[in-house]
Design a protein around this ligand. Structure first.
Ligand code: 5GP
Length: 199
């Protein structure tokens, strides 16, 4: 009897402008596929109201973050609006080796860096239907000051230019459609023949 086994877990990197809804989409996909892990990043930014340490992010001081970069415990990181954000090496390596599929919500530069380190990683760019919608969503969130919103919008314009370097683009117009699209990507990537060992 032919035995087929998937060799490694898949790393799904989601990038896209701040406020585009990456977190919501990942959470919705995980409701249907709870075995998908969401990587919890490390950041030096202050927690927003309602954010839970160890669940939304691991929050730490700048000195601690820099120590972890030095020691190689942070596999990729970026500076976003004056704060550090990074992925813990151990989380990714464990997921990949253990056959667990993992979702990351990271900057464009972070995704491109991970693709260099893990060429099988799947890069997904989440786009807003328009710039106006993005600004409305950031304002509706009511978690950032006007100046922070402006710098996030500027950063978004810069990041969108890199969408073509990603494997997939998902437009988050309605959550339902965007979630269906993400689920389709997960299923397609899980079915790629190159990810299986046949014997
Ligand atoms: P926020 O402050 O809105 O939670 O996140 C700001 C940006 O940092 C978002 O674009 C988010 O995707 C990105 N980010 C969060 N965690 C990481 C990480 O571990 N690495 C990188 N490169 N970016 C991250």
């Amino acid at each position: 009897m032919l035995k087929i086994k998937r060799e490694k877990g898949i790393i799904f990197c989601c990038s896209g402008p701040s406020g585009v809804g990456k977190d919501t989409l990942i959470a919705e996909v995980r409701k249907k596929y709870p075995e998908l892990v969401h990587s919890i990043s490390l950041t030096t930014r202050q927690p927003r109201p309602g954010e839970v340490p160890g669940q939304d992010y691991h929050f730490c001081e700048k000195e601690e973050f820099e120590r972890l970069i030095e020691s190689g415990e942070i596999i990729e990181y970026d500076v976003f609006c004056d704060n550090y954000y990074g992925t813990l090496a151990q989380v990714l390596r464990e997921a990949e080796a253990g056959g667990t599929d993992i979702f990351l919500d990271i900057t464009v530069a972070g995704s491109l860096r991970l693709k260099e380190l893990f060429p099988d990683a799947v890069l997904i760019f989440i786009l807003p239907p328009s710039q106006e919608t993005l600004i409305e969503r950031l304002k509706a969130r009511r978690t950032e000051a006007e100046s922070v919103i402006n710098s996030r919008v500027e950063k978004a314009k810069e990041e969108v230019k890199n969408a073509a370097a990603f494997d997939y683009v998902v437009v988050n117009d309605t959550i339902k459609d965007a979630v269906s699209c993400l689920e389709a990507i997960v299923l397609a990537e899980r079915s790629r023949s190159g990810r299986f060992l046949f014997n």
